[in-house]
Design a binder for this molecule. Structure first.
Ligand code: LLP
Length: 445
């Protein structure tokens, strides 16, 4: 028997992912537990590679590390032959510790520190995606000091409405990211970059937003970027060899969501790029994409243990679980919606409408409103689907709650890739001021 999510129910009536029984996994590793279907992540990587290579030879995909990164994930992405987009010293460090080839790393960010830029230059990353004038100047100085040359691209703000949540829409002129085309900064930045001997300007970058379902703004972004590249070519003689259009493809969180396929998304971009370049007589630039959510989002689930079930007659049933906004802040931040199942009752039909509450001290800490599931009781295992992207990477220790473990499942094997934090980890970085240290015995007791 298959569930709505395409995962089978085994003969115990339990949900199975990657050949692993989710109820057994919850018992073995504890809850909350991030579970990642490794084969599905790999298949998604391959789908991007195939879609790109089929339509535009030389095109490449970088995985957006902000989506979910740890040593195992960095290794997986390397094994699949994708590049990696990092946005912080921490992500860069993770990638380097995982021996991810630096040449395939692109470094993003609207406020990279001197230390981060130095780290990236010393590591010899493939591209630094320069976001603003200040960074352009700093990078020139650092390159001279370190006596290195660096390949860069420029983050351009094309001024496009992406029809997504305003917090994850990034391509508008009124944005903290990038050089605007509309106010002339982008053109000035190209000239400035071309004038710096230590910097090799390799291309232009834009990212208009995330969780996109509508392909029209994506096509428009290609057009705007090509028109800009063409104008620059005529005015400066520099022909952008590379065009990076960021990530953004949406995924299905609930049955109502109907995102385009990877092939349709890539197809829309490559078609717009080919047509636009041909129309302008512009040499076809190498295409780069930076998908994140569409690679790991659908491949992840989170398992929870059901605790208190509060049935308020005629009002609502609250099913409280042992996690919430700390390991999944998305409902609170973006009003995100999720599908829910009960792993140990995966074969049962839906019996009641409940809302899944987190355990953190805020009324807004809810994981799902009004979902139809079998009748639940203490000790059941709740599964929330499509939690592979922007969950682990955005998790916090709110309420001093240890962050969950993560396992990769594949062919019936479960591998721990992030261990669960302990209470000891919670206090590990706390330091007692000297005047308080006589009370230390209490802390150590
Ligand atoms: N490239 C750049 C420059 C980006 O800013 C992003 C995402 C991506 C690529 C990857 O986009 P994706 O394929 O994942 O849509 N925390 C939010 C999403 C923030 C997206 C930030 N940028 C959420 O949970 O929905």
């Amino acid at each position: 028997m298959q569930t709505r999510w395409g995962y089978p129910v085994n003969d115990r009536g339990h949900l199975e992912i990657g050949g692993c029984d989710m109820v057994r996994l919850a018992g073995q590793f504890g809850t909350p537990l991030y579970v990642v279907d490794e084969a599905r992540v790999r298949a998604n990587c391959r789908e991007y590679k195939a879609a790109l290579q089929d339509t535009l030879p030389g095109a490449q995909a970088l995985y957006a590390g902000k989506t979910m990164l740890n040593l195992a994930m960095a290794r997986l992405i390397d094994e699949e032959g994708l590049g990696l987009d990092v946005v912080s010293g921490g992500e860069l460090y993770t990638a380097l510790r995982a021996r991810f080839p630096a040449g395939r790393i692109h470094f993003h960010g609207n406020n990279k520190s001197l230390a981060e830029l130095t780290m990236a230059l010393e590591a010899r990353v493939g591209r630094i995606v320069v976001d603003n004038e200040d960074e352009l100047a700093l990078l020139g100085i650092l390159c001279r000091r370190l006596k290195v040359h660096q390949d860069i691209s420029l983050r351009i703000t094309p001024g496009i409405e992406a029809h997504t949540h305003e917090y994850i829409e990034t391509g508008l002129l009124d944005s903290k990211f990038g050089f605007g085309i509309g106010d002339g900064r982008a053109k000035a930045a190209v000239r400035k970059a071309l004038g710096q001997r230590e910097l090799n300007l390799k291309g232009l970058h834009c990212h208009i937003g995330s969780q996109l379902f509508d392909l029209a703004p994506v096509r428009r972004a290609v057009e705007v970027m090509l028109a800009f590249a063409d104008q620059i070519r005529r005015e400066t003689g520099w022909t952008a060899p590379e065009l990076n259009l960021g990530g953004g493809l949406g995924i299905r969180y609930t049955a109502e969501d109907a995102p385009p396929t990877v092939a349709a998304f890539v197809g829309a971009i490559t078609e717009a790029l080919r047509d636009g370049a041909k129309r302008r007589g512009f040499p076809l630039p190498a295409l780069v994409l930076e998908p994140g959510r569409s690679i790991v989002g659908p491949a992840g689930v989170t398992l929870y243990d059901v605790g208190n079930v509060k049935r308020i007659k005629g009002v609502r049933t609250y099913v409280s679980v042992d996690g919430g906004m700390a390991e999944n802040p998305r409902p609170a931040l973006y009003s995100a919606k999720y599908d829910v199942a009960v792993a140990n009752k995966a074969g049962h039909p839906p019996e009641e409408v409940v809302s899944v509450a987190g355990r953190f001290c805020e009324s807004g800490d809810m994981l799902a409103w009004d979902v139809s599931i079998p009748k639940v009781e203490r000790g059941d295992v709740i599964v929330i689907f499509a939690t592979g992207a922007y969950h682990y990477s955005m998790a916090s220790n709110y309420n001093r709650w240890p962050r969950p473990a993560m396992v990769f499942v594949r062919d019936g094997q479960a591998e721990l890739v992030v261990r669960r934090e302990t209470y000891e980890d919670i206090v590990a970085n706390d330091v007692l001021p000297v005047a308080m240290r006589e009370q230390r015995a209490i802390v150590n007791a």
